[in-house]
Write a protein that binds this ligand. Structure first.
Ligand SMILES: *Cc1c(COP(=O)(O)O)cnc(C)c1O
Length: 355
């Protein structure tokens, strides 16, 4: 138990984020943490094989210059508009620390990425959860009020629901005194990015990650693109904490992955095709779900409780994600795997639901 006497009264006590399970077994079908089922591009393999370990003596480039340049070229922005971090979790955490320092609450949806409230708590940032509507949509008007910053994913997680660039712009127009962060972890699976707005709004940050669409969750690469001013402030904080966060192998592999647009397009297309097939299959099995523009589907069964399906799938070594939380305890979040993995999922569901 907590002892609030002595040194323990001065501890920064937090309830940490709970990541999805990473089971050790290899014979499971892992559809629980939105990883990409396909490997990164061949160039990454070659760079790893050919890496001169003697270089490990040296500190890495603190600016991650090769990776920043590759991203700036790919997204057609200036290098001074790109900030990279060790996964977008690192990037977003830095954003919270750098920009969310108001007495007014930051705003994010009630159903969203469950790391946001954890960062708000750890940095002692006041926050307010804005309820999504009954269709899990964001209502722009709810974000037109006094606030200390705004953040949400687009498409949202764990719902998969995509909002339009126009709707997001309507929020930006009314919030010129706040930093607005759009977490585009899943944008490459068919959504339209807000990157087109960064030159128009100097208070907008768009965050993306290599963990989902670029098959590199294990390498830990995330980035933010925004105005030069925002990026400068972010770098000032980063260089006040730890300059050498990204190792040299990650920097060169990340740059190579950005340059291989063909591999990227091929893998994201396969996942989108499999997802569209999954929508049909899951409907036939008696599930309903908000329309997904991501690499997962947030589905609820008409008759069988989600907790029961979750357990029965697990017994068959198929892992999906389940939260016993208000408003979403009837849903399962199912990551889109390969076609073969998805066939095994449908077979298992047919047995469980006994159609
Ligand atoms: C996966 C995810 C992230 C974090 O990804 P990293 O692996 O840290 O790059 C951030 N936001 C959302 C909404 C995510 O789903």
């Amino acid at each position: 138990m907590d002892n609030d006497f002595g040194w323990e009264k001065n501890v920064r006590k937090v309830v940490p984020y709970t990541p999805g399970e990473q089971p050790r077994e290899t014979d499971i079908i892992k559809l629980n943490t939105n990883e990409n089922p396909y490997p990164p591009c061949k160039e990454v393999r070659e760079l790893l094989d050919g890496f001169d370990t003697y270089k490990m003596r040296l500190y890495p480039d603190p600016d991650a210059g090769v990776l920043v340049s590759a991203l700036a070229d790919f997204y057609r922005v200036d290098k001074e508009q790109v900030f990279v971090g060790v996964g977008s979790d690192d990037v977003i955490s830095m954003i919270f620390m750098t920009f969310f320092n108001s007495d007014k609450p930051i705003l994010f949806p009630d159903i969203t990425y469950s790391f946001y409230d954890v960062w708000a708590e750890v940095y002692r940032i006041p926050y307010k959860r804005i309820p999504l509507d009954d269709d899990f949509r964001i209502n722009a008007d709810d974000y037109i009020c006094e606030n200390g910053g705004i953040i949400f994913p687009n498409p949202n997680a764990p719902t998969g629901v995509l909002e339009s660039v126009e709707m997001i712009e309507s929020i930006l127009k009314e919030n010129k005194d706040s930093v607005v962060v759009i977490d585009e972890a899943y944008i490459d699976f068919g959504g339209k990015s807000c990157l087109e707005l960064v030159d128009k709004y100097d208070n907008l940050l768009v965050v993306q990650t290599f963990s989902k669409s670029r098959s590199m969750a294990g390498m830990r690469i995330g980035f933010a693109i925004g105005s030069k001013k925002l990026i400068r402030y972010l770098n000032d904080v980063k260089f006040s904490i730890n300059s050498y966060t990204m190792n040299p192998l990650t920097q060169i592999c990340g740059a190579a992955a950005v340059k291989d647009a063909d591999h990227f397009n091929e893998c994201t297309k396969k996942i989108i095709d499999t997802r569209e097939k999954a929508k049909k299959e899951l409907s036939e099995l008696g599930f309903d779900f908000p329309d997904s523009s991501s690499n997962f589907i947030f589905a609820r069964h008409k008759t069988m409780p989600a907790a029961e399906i979750f357990q029965k799938l697990k017994d068959r070594k198929i892992f999906v994600r389940y939260w016993n939380k208000p408003r979403i305890s009837e849903y399962l979040r199912i990551t889109i795997g390969t076609d073969e993995q998805m066939e095994r999922l449908y077979e298992a569901l047919r047995e469980i639901i006994a159609l």
